[in-house]
Design a protein. Sequence first.
Length: 196
Amino acid sequence: MNSYLTVEKIFQAEILVKNSKFIAYLVPINSKEEFLVEQNKLRKEHQKAAHICYAYILDEKTFHYSDDGEPNGTAGLRIYLALKFKNLIKCALFVVRYFGGIKLGVGSLAKTYFEVSMKVLNEAEIVKNYLTKEITLTLNYDVFEKIKRKLTQLSVYEPVLTFAEKVEMKIFVEIDKLHEVTAAIRELKIDNFSMK
């Protein structure tokens, strides 16, 4: 897997069912810590909500979902299945529910959580990102322009540069271009580089 689907900004959608308001937030995250920050923001913003259910997927092995007090299997799992349906990773989907006084029943509740999740997913701008490796190079100034030209030819753009006694260059290389880029670095006889 060299690429993945995700979102790069927050998207929101809502539906009203029997006076209960369901507000879905689709949020980009890169770690569990980022998820917790977003969850805390929503808890502060929606202190009077009955439930804030969620699912997040960071990668194939790192995911979690919660019903937050709703009947088991009606909320978190439905939200998670919506994310899986769209093949998204590195994002969280929260659904805030304000109870309207009328119970929906388990079937209707599960359908509503899935429906509001799909609504925000269908309205979101989904982007394809590429998995990358970070390479750090320490260069003499005389080699700097050569490597910069070579990287541009290989479509590796926007290096992060630090100028001191030598030039430190950080580049982010797509996985499928990694061999080609490291070969070019070695060809220019640059020994001082590390990869994350």
